[in-house]
Ligand binder design. Structure first.
Ligand code: DHK
Length: 145
C-alpha cells in the first residue's frame, strides 16, 4: 500500500473558497485535495487531507500520523500563532513537516508574523495562494525520496 502524506488544516479552512476570497481565493479544500493527490499519486504516495476547527482534533491527528503517515503538510491557520500544543505535538512526529499559509502572513497584521509551528517545520510556504499546498507536497516527495 502507498505511504501516506497527511495534509492537516486548522480552523475556518472548511470555508475555503467562500471565506474572504480576496485573501484566500476561490478554490475550495476539495480543489486543494485534488491538486495534492495528483502530485502525490504521480510519485507513488497517497494523501489524507483533514480539517478541523478544534485544536485537540488537530493534535490527535498529528499523534495518529506518528504511525500512519510519512510526512505532514500543515496549515494550522490561526493555531499557527497561538498553539504551543500543536508545536509540541509536531515535535513528537519523526518525519518531515512542512508549514503552508495561503496568504503572505508577513504582509498582514503583526500577530500573524510569529509562528510556533515554524520552530518545528522543515520548510514554510506563504503567499502562494492555494497552489502552495501542491508545492509543499512536491517538496515533501523530494524530502522523502
Ligand atoms: C489562514 C488563517 O486562517 C489565518 O489565521 C492565518 C492562514 C493565515 C493562511 O494564510 O492560510 O493567519
Amino acid at each position: 500500500m502507498a505511504e501516506t502524506i497527511y495534509i492537516l488544516n486548522g480552523p475556518n479552512l472548511n470555508l475555503l473558497g467562500k471565506r474572504q476570497p480576496e485573501i484566500y481565493g476561490y478554490d475550495t479544500l476539495a480543489d486543494v485535495e485534488a491538486a495534492c493527490a495528483e502530485v502525490a499519486e504521480a510519485a507513488g504516495y497517497a494523501i489524507r487531507l483533514l480539517q478541523s476547527n478544534w485544536e485537540g482534533q488537530i493534535i490527535d491527528w498529528i499523534h495518529e500520523a506518528r504511525n500512519d503517515a510519512v510526512g505532514i503538510v500543515i496549515n494550522p491557520a490561526a493555531f499557527t500563532h497561538t498553539s504551543v500544543a500543536v508545536l509540541d505535538a509536531l515535535n513528537t512526529f519523526e518525519g518531515p513537516v512542512l508549514e503552508v499559509h495561503i496568504s503572505n502572513v508577513h504582509k498582514r497584521e503583526a500577530f500573524r508574523h510569529h509562528s510556533y509551528v515554524s520552530l518545528r517545520a522543515d520548510g514554510v510556504i506563504a503567499g502562494f495562494g492555494t497552489e502552495g499546498y501542491a508545492l509543499a507536497v512536491r517538496r515533501m516527495v523530494s524530502l522523502l525520496g
